[in-house]
Design a binder for this molecule. Structure first.
Ligand SMILES: O=P(O)(O)OP(=O)(O)OP(=O)(O)OC[C@H]1O[C@@H](n2cnc3c(O)ncnc32)[C@H](O)[C@@H]1O
Length: 195
């Protein structure tokens, strides 16, 4: 009589599906690299969508930038409701009144589709010179100003202003990935820190 040994059935890795409210390659790269660190045992799929932010093209306060990030995450979830999380990323400036100096950063909003809970995080900030801020106040977008001053095209989709101003030490995707980590914190850390 022969005995057949049962082979263990390989278990499928858990899958995580994300909908991102942007088609900007540097934002997508930020999300991809953060997911691979945050959820190393999952498979990841990301759909990208051009969505309205419902704020101005160049947000000029943290309030407005955060609102834009949340709006983008909501819009992305409307377009792909099967996703586990909707992510919105918005770049914007903020002036610190005490020192009258202006900084740029990216805000990240992550909405858990089942619970509706929103995680928020931001990238590091970098200073914009008064000369650049002046141009933003006259209606230009940072992307246009940086392309003009650097002589490069579509900086926003690659190194970003951050990369230009730091000699490539901190590119936009790297800085934004930090914001993605922070925005995921309520979903990946212990409940005792949040409830
Ligand atoms: O396609 P979307 O997702 O809209 O990507 P975007 O690059 O336009 O990004 P945002 O709307 O979030 O940013 C608001 C504005 O600030 C600009 N901006 C933000 N960060 C930048 C960076 O690092 N380099 C160049 N432009 C930047 C951006 O291009 C917009 O004009």
């Amino acid at each position: 009589m022969t005995t057949t040994q049962q082979q263990p059935v390989p278990s499928r890795p858990p899958a995580l599906h994300i909908t991102l409210g942007s088609k900007n390659p540097s934002k997508l790269l930020a999300v991809q690299s953060a997911l691979s660190r945050l959820f190393p045992t999952h498979t990841h799929s990301i759909t990208t969508h051009s969505v309205p932010s419902h704020v101005s093209p160049q947000p000029m306060s943290d309030d407005e930038t955060i609102q834009g990030a949340i709006n983008r995450a909501k819009e992305a979830l409307l377009l792909d409701p099967e996703a586990d999380y909707g992510i919105g990323i918005e770049g914007g400036t903020h002036t610190i009144p005490l020192i009258s100096r202006t900084f740029e950063s990216g805000w990240i909003a992550i909405i858990h589709s089942k619970s509706g809970k929103i995680g928020l995080g931001s990238s590091a900030r970098f200073e914009l010179s008064p000369k650049i801020v002046q141009r933003l106040k006259t209606g230009e977008e940072l992307a246009e100003v940086i392309d003009d001053l650097s002589g490069q095209e579509d900086v926003r989709s690659g190194a970003g202003a951050m990369g230009i101003l730091t000699n490539g030490c901190v590119n936009r995707d790297v800085a934004y990935a930090h914001g993605v980590f922070f925005a995921f914190a309520p979903f990946v850390s212990g409940r005792q820190y949040w409830e």
